[in-house]
Design a protein around this ligand. Sequence first.
Ligand code: HEC
Length: 140
Amino acid sequence: MIRLIAALIALTATPLAPTSLYAQNADPALGGQHFARYCATCHGSSAMGDGPRANELNPQPPDLTRLSLRHAGVFPVERVVMRIDGREPLVSHGSPMPVYGGLFDEAPGAAVKTEAGQPILTSGPVVDLVAWLRMVQVEE
Ligand code: HEC
């Protein structure tokens, strides 16, 4: 809880600059480990949508290195966080992708700034995953 409050204060106090869009103490390396463990089977180890299970899925897992490109060059933080933790309404209408909110519930809470500059609460592992995904975005 203290970590969460500290994260929120840090986020609120940070001026709006591109680097402040994301959590202060996100760990992309750890996010990469979570990705390899929980996500690569469908999205592929480089997140390009070519995991070993991709072919059996309908719809297909998207190429997650092109999230920014598909959103006019801005990484869609809020959409991605909500898709992973299951708050995105699309999930309740049926998707082959599991919901990870429950899995990461035990982890300490964390906050990340959305592209609109608002803090959004989720868990530490989701913040780390987002940091890793942001790092693997391609530019064209
Ligand atoms: C069982 C296969 C499977 C696993 C495992 C899986 N996904 Fe997905 N994912 C999908 C499919 C299929 C879609 C496209 C349909 C949808 O959005 O529900 C998707 C969609 C997404 C999207 C939405 C992309 C967009 O265009 O907004 C994100 C973000 C995402 N996945 C991230 C992850 C992360 C991070 C993990 C690991 C924590 C993960 N996925 C694990 C199959 C999977």
